[in-house]
Design a protein. Structure first.
Length: 457
């Protein structure tokens, strides 16, 4: 199969020019003006933007969590991602405390193998670092192509590790030049505040927000950055939400620049006033919680400065009946919200259309930086000769409105219901196949492939 995309405005992290792209098999084989090739399919992209496929490196598909499972599985989640121009996701394997990393890998392979529509990879969340786990780190990097290790400084009793485990893990991961990523919030302080609010009978979703004040994130982000500085490991803070956390990383980066940050689309555009809507606020119960408008401004400046290098989603959807598990107690509301489908269009609309970032920066934080940081560039994350033909053709002027009635995620509400977006994904190509054509998905589950990742040399 060959495809010729004609006359699109091709945007990468560093280029911006009108040209053609020729795709043969799974790869891009030529880019240039008036390419002389004949193709099985010709797409006229005049007046459209042509981007590398989006990469969302923070999703939770079919994940056992807080007594239930996130409601998008590999099929529904990666298909919804494709509708929004995201051709690849990285999901989190969770080690069960007391069991091996291999045991967790097999569980995630069981749920993903043969089920994904779009491409995917895994981070390994180390929730129990001990002498046995230590021996498995090298094997994950070298044999399985899993080159990032997630840690939690919160969710005590389920996922959290302590500082001595963190240092041990960092030292081991450093040997392979792999990456330690972190959910950086102070778990003990959060548990203290949750217990306090519950004992005082304050049980609505607002108290989820009040149990995780900015200082819980700022403190843990600084502590993680200091430990990364001490051990010399490359560090990455997931879902950063606030000014305090960003400043903590900036402080440590005066010593070196080993720690970078990711934010998520919700923290750039939604704020904590949504928790004041009684139980409806449960739609936005996620950890860390939404913050203030001043934090949104900080995160946009962090993107401009390059400390915040990735905009992800932390897609972790739960249906309304699952959210109702916490109707009498905010601490039982499953944490997470749905966004995998809308990240790229929302980021374009909020970022490019509103003049906060330019097109090259958009491509950087939407796909290129994730491909570089997580070890799959230039196979993914750019439009280059020899790269996978993961391509999005995008109309920058078309307006549309987000609704649960029209989205493709397996969840019965939208956290962005009624939001008007400027810019629409029209066609998505994944490894040389047209995956999305307007409102239709043209590929089946099983097309999505596990992508092995490497470490920087
Ligand atoms: O609320 C969230 N973020 N749920 C998913 C788990 C995590 O902490 O990333
Ligand atoms: Zn988290
Ligand atoms: Zn997450």
């Amino acid at each position: 199969m060959s495809i010729l995309i004609k006359n699109g405005r091709i945007i990468t992290a560093s280029e911006d020019s009108v040209a053609d792209i020729f795709v043969q098999g799974e790869k891009i084989v030529a880019i240039g003006k008036d390419l002389p090739y004949r193709a099985d399919k010709v797409i006229d992209a005049s007046g459209k933007l042509v981007f590398p496929g989006g990469i969302d490196p923070h999703v939770h598909l079919d994940m056992p969590f807080m007594g239930t499972y996130s409601s998008d599985n590999y099929e529904t989640g990666t298909r919804a991602a494709l509708f929004g121009g995201t051709t690849m996701v990285i999901d989190f394997i969770l080690q069960t405390q007391g069991k091996s990393l291999r045991n967790a890998l097999e569980a995630w392979q069981g749920r993903s193998n043969g089920n994904a529509v779009g491409d995917y990879s895994f981070h390994m969340a180390v929730t129990d670092f001990n002498e046995d786990t230590k021996k498995e780190i090298g094997e994950m990097v070298e044999k399985e192509g899993i080159t990032s290790f997630k840690t939690f400084m919160a969710y005590k009793g389920a996922l959290m590790i302590n500082d001595s485990q963190m240092i041990g893990l960092m030292q081991e991961v450093k040997k392979y030049n792999a990456l330690v990523t972190v959910h950086a919030t102070n778990g003990d302080m959060i548990d203290f505040l949750i217990a306090k609010h519950r004992s005082e009978g304050n049980l609505s979703p607002l108290y989820h927000y009040l149990s995780q004040p900015e200082v819980t994130e700022a403190e843990a982000s600084g502590r993680f950055s200091e430990l990364a500085q001490y051990t010399g490991v490359r560090g990455y803070i997931v879902h950063m939400t606030c000014e305090g956390a960003l400043n903590a990383v900036r402080d440590v980066s005066k010593m070196n620049h080993n720690v970078i940050a990711e934010t998520c689309i919700q923290y750039l555009m939604l704020d904590a006033s949504l928790y004041e809507k009684d139980f409806d606020g449960a739609k936005y119960v996620m950890s860390p919680p939404l913050r203030q408008k001043k934090d949104q401004a900080s995160l946009w400046s962090g993107i401009q400065q390059g400390t915040v290098q990735v905009v992800a989603t932390d897609h972790c959807p739960f249906k309304w009946e699952q959210k109702l598990m916490g109707k009498d107690d905010f601490s039982k509301i499953p944490n997470g919200h749905p966004a995998i489908e809308h990240r790229m269009e929302l980021l374009f609309s909020e970022g490019v259309a509103k003049g906060r970032i330019n097109l090259n920066k958009f491509v950087e934080v939407n796909s290129t930086n994730a491909a570089k940081i997580f070890g799959m560039f230039p196979q993914k994350g750019t439009l280059g000769i020899g790269s996978d033909a993961d391509i999005v053709i995008f109309d920058p002027t078309e307006k549309h409105t987000i609704s649960a009635k029209t989205h493709h995620m397996n969840v019965d509400y939208s956290a962005y219901e009624g939001v008007e977006v400027t810019g629409k994904v029209k066609t998505v190509i994944l490894r040389g196949e047209v995956a999305i054509d307007g409102n239709d998905c043209k590929i089946q589950k099983g097309y999505g492939r596990f992508i092995r990742r490497s470490t920087p040399r």
